[in-house]
Design a protein around this ligand. Structure first.
Ligand code: SAH
Length: 258
């Protein structure tokens, strides 16, 4: 099958059936009976999802792909959402239901897909799929690494993340410029945040925006008391703080404001 991919939609169609199957098998199938695939394209992954016990829904922005899927997978047709994932209100389609997300994601919007998933984490116990390798690594990376950053800290505050395997450009049509990586995120048993979420996001983002500086100077804009800024933690740079330590730091800042 030859396809004319639409570059602005991040279309890189997977040609390797074994890799498609391995991605489909990456979900543990625990804690939900519904799965949403983002960006099914011509359905290379979808056909393996349809063999599973759960109910598969797909969301695809490209109307040509939607038409192809409607004509090819007749049973799936009522559960094809012909929309932009970033624009939908998830509760319009899934109400309060628990569901997993999977996909060979459009790389141009992959971090936005992760942030939207985090916003809806109360309904999303599991998330797995393929990203450009660098993004997959950034999500999964631990403190001390150059790749550890905003995405790592915020995703790992709510999910346990595992980097599963690397995929070469040659198995895509057209091949992307970079390698790809598959990760799985499983929501933590207790994923409640003991601090204000907005403040936590702000602390993490502000700290990493000047990642080579000590927190004492990168967090200056947050108007902290002199006393708090003497705390030893403020002599560290953001990549030296674990997720737990970022939560503790947020808690210190929260109390400082009282
Ligand atoms: N899963 C397929 C296609 C991957 S390419 C495969 O592995 O071969 C990424 C797919 O995401 C494309 O089909 C593209 O049309 C779709 N897409 C891009 N932006 C999207 C968006 N905002 N919402 C839903 N689908 C999107």
């Amino acid at each position: 099958m030859s396809v004319r991919a639409k570059k602005h939609l991040g279309q890189h169609f997977l040609k390797d059936e074994q890799i498609a199957k391995d991605i489909a098998d990456s979900l543990t199938e625990k804690g939900y009976d519904t799965v949403l695939e983002i960006g099914p394209g011509m359905g290379v992954l979808t056909k393996y999802l349809l063999e599973k016990d759960y109910t598969t829904h797909v969301i695809e922005i490209d109307t040509e792909s939607v038409e192809y899927l409607q004509n090819t997978y007749l049973n799936l047709a009522p559960r094809i959402i012909s929309k932009d994932f970033l624009k939908i209100n998830i509760t319009d389609y899934f109400k309060e239901k628990q569901f997993a997300i999977i996909g060979n994601f459009p790389y141009n919007i992959s971090t936005q897909i992760v942030f939207k998933t985090l916003d809806y984490r109360d309904q999303i116990p599991e998330f797995s799929g393929m990203f450009q390798k660098e993004v997959a690594e950034r999500i999964a990376e631990k403190k001390g690494s150059k790749k550890y950053g905003i995405l790592s800290v915020i995703a790992q505050a709510f999910y346990d993340i595992e980097y599963l395997f690397t995929v070469p450009p040659t198995v895509f049509d057209p091949p992307p410029k970079v390698e790809s990586g598959v990760i799985r995120m499983i929501r933590k048993a207790d994923y409640s945040l003991p601090v204000d979420e907005k403040l936590f996001y702000r602390v993490v983002k502000t700290a990493f925006n000047q990642r080579r500086k000590m927190l004492r100077s990168s967090l200056k804009s947050m108007n902290l008391s002199d006393k708090l800024r003497e705390d030893a933690i403020f002599a560290l740079r953001p990549e030296q703080l674990s997720v737990e330590e970022f939560i503790n730091l947020t808690s210190l800042i929260e109390q400082d404001a009282i």
